[in-house]
Design a protein around this ligand. Structure first.
Ligand SMILES: [Zn+2]
Length: 130
């Protein structure tokens, strides 16, 4: 059974529809570090051994496989290179916001996380440009 590596995100292959696909992290050590960061697990784990579900990627993050569409295998989606999970991450889901102030707090937290991820991405990009 496949299980999404993002902490507390409850996507299981048995529960989810076939629309959800599961992805392994890139072999690139720097990119997989970003993946690990987005999973926010407290313990260390082998990123090559876990999968992250498609709920954490935007439609634009996937390579559009038109040929697969013709053969009826479109749900085998492939991620574009250098893509990291950035949607539905645990940091953003901790408290379901109810009051307006909570929503504001949540939005700020979101921005912080997005900032951290983009910093991490910049670092990765900078490293590879050497
Ligand atoms: Zn997931």
């Amino acid at each position: 059974m496949l299980r999404c590596a993002v902490q507390n995100y409850k996507n299981f292959s048995e529960k989810t529809s076939s629309d959800v696909s599961y992805h392994t992290s890139p072999k690139d050590a720097r990119l997989s570090k970003v993946w690990k960061f987005t999973c926010t697990r407290k313990y260390d784990f082998n990123t090559q051994a876990v999968r992250v579900c498609s709920a954490h990627f935007a439609l634009d993050d996937f390579v559009r496989d038109l040929q697969a569409k013709h053969t009826g295998q479109e749900r085998r989606r492939h991620l574009k290179p250098n893509v990291v999970p950035h949607l539905n991450l645990q940091h953003k889901m901790e408290d379901v916001p109810s009051a307006r102030s909570d929503r504001l707090k949540n939005r700020k937290m979101k921005q912080k996380i997005i900032g951290e991820i983009s910093d991490c991405m910049k670092q990765v990009a900078g490293d590879t440009n050497i």
